[in-house]
Design a protein around this ligand. Sequence first.
Ligand code: OSB
Ligand code: MG
Length: 369
Amino acid sequence: MEISQVIIRKLEMTMKQPFTTSFGTMQNRKFLVIEVVDELGNRGWGEGVAFEIPWYTEETRETSLHILQDFLIPMLKGKTIQHPDEINEIFKTIRKNNMAKAAIECAVWDCWAKRKNLSLTKALAGGKSEIEVGISIGLQKDFDTLTNRIEQSLLSGFKRIKVKIKPGNDIELLKQIRTRFPNVPLMADANSAYTLEDIELLKGFDQFNLMMIEQPLASDDIVDHAKLQKELKTPICLDESILSAEDARKAIELGSCGIINIKIGRVGGLTEAKRIHDICQKNGIPVWCGGMLEAGIGRAHNIALTALPNFSLPGDTAGSSSYWERDIIFPEVIVEKGLIPVPTSNGIGFEVDIEELNRHTTDIKKIKF
Ligand code: OSB
Ligand code: MG
């Protein structure tokens, strides 16, 4: 396969509700959509999931754009690709910038799968016909609002509830949730809001029978997480700290976590995501697919990846309607009883709604090789 054209779109979509984490609030989602065209006219799609502000990782949409245009896309010029795993190798000399890499790598995977008449799931060697999903609920203005959100989510059938916590909005919040919902599969995500100085407070989380606590400590740490994990009964799930399969290996070796959240963007693409999946599987560490408040293209990639067997815990891939009035794919992603069917048609298995895509496009660049 040879890539003959890459089209970069900047999109802006407003989420139905603002989403608040310990690092800030997002509602106007600005992201990239990458389209690749091969020499036979097959098309593949990828989503650039970096936020506008570098608070989750150091990348932003603008840095992604720069890295894509000035480095990654030119590296594909004139290359013959036998398999999408080669993209990871081609990009090896460029450090990090994982969301930029993933955006185009995902598009190449989709294009290659379509060319081979394979669903993306099949191309990745995933076998599930449906995936289990939970929902991630941001920090809310008060407990009543949060209770309503949890109730609605349970009625919709989500398999587990994830809530965001931050210092001052933790023990009491979890206590109230547990009083109201004693048996709900529940987890909490701190997005790196604590340090080891908070160890006594963090030990207090053990009383709530949480499935896991996600990324309590620094985004670049696996040493303190290992110390913390030794003191906690609740498994730690690493998110921000795991950027590669090597990171996963080291975290497992140190005992820094019991679970890993895999986000395709954060780890630089589907090939690396699969490697992390495999290494975790070998070591008895369950994984689940995280989310980046994606529109439909990113969501479709998440679904295909989650069909791999060691994605044995419900992920954050809620349906399109949890985020958007109208998504940019059809059909939209629909969650029923906490399940999403894995598409069997070629590539990502969803059509891009070009009209809707154009409606949200603020800029478009075409790069022809
Ligand atoms: O830490 O998983 C996270 C959203 C934005 C940034 C980081 C995170 C999240 C979520 C929501 O938890 C995931 C989603 O619903 O897409
Ligand atoms: Mg997280």
